[in-house]
Design a protein around this ligand. Structure first.
Ligand code: HEM
Length: 120
């Protein structure tokens, strides 16, 4: 049986996964449409991932956090945030689609963070 704290932590993990779903889902939507643009959903997803991730990284009774893993994900998230921020600014200025390399680097960073979370 899950105790109260475990239920709370599990709910936050679900929100953490929803954040990831928003970021990668919106990126794949754009990729499938071949419209290489960043959107607000990607940013919101990243904010959700960050806030819930910080909560999950806190002390939770007998769960002991893997800080090198968490730190790696935090770095990937910050770099992804920078890519989304730079890309969005470029988009606003030029009004044209992003260079494919910039767009796909965002996809790669998002998938890499998930890989670190699940495989490490
Ligand atoms: C885009 C960035 C991120 C992605 C895609 C991501 C993905 C995930 C996934 C899929 C899980 C579930 C893993 C499992 O249950 O096996 C998870 C768990 C977790 N995440 Fe993240 N995460 C990201 C960023 C962060 C950040 C920035 C932090 C902390 C500052 C963080 C902290 C945690 C913690 C503490 C857990 C639970 C423990 C664990 O399984 O390692 N995550 N994350």
């Amino acid at each position: 049986m899950l105790g109260g704290m475990d239920v709370l932590r599990s709910v936050i993990v679900v929100l953490h996964l929803i954040g990831f779903a928003m970021t990668l889902g919106a990126l794949l939507e754009a990729a499938i449409r071949k419209r290489y643009e960043f959107s607000a959903t990607m940013n919101y997803g990243l904010v959700v991932s960050l806030i819930t991730g910080v909560f999950l990284a806190g002390p939770w009774g007998d769960y002991d956090p893997n800080y090198p893993k968490i730190g790696t994900k935090l770095v990937l998230l910050v770099v992804l945030g920078a890519v989304l921020g730079m890309g969005s600014a470029k988009q606003r200025k030029t009004g044209s689609p992003l260079p494919p390399g910039l767009f796909w680097s965002a996809v790669g960073l998002s998938v890499a963070a998930c890989g670190v979370a699940v495989i490490w």
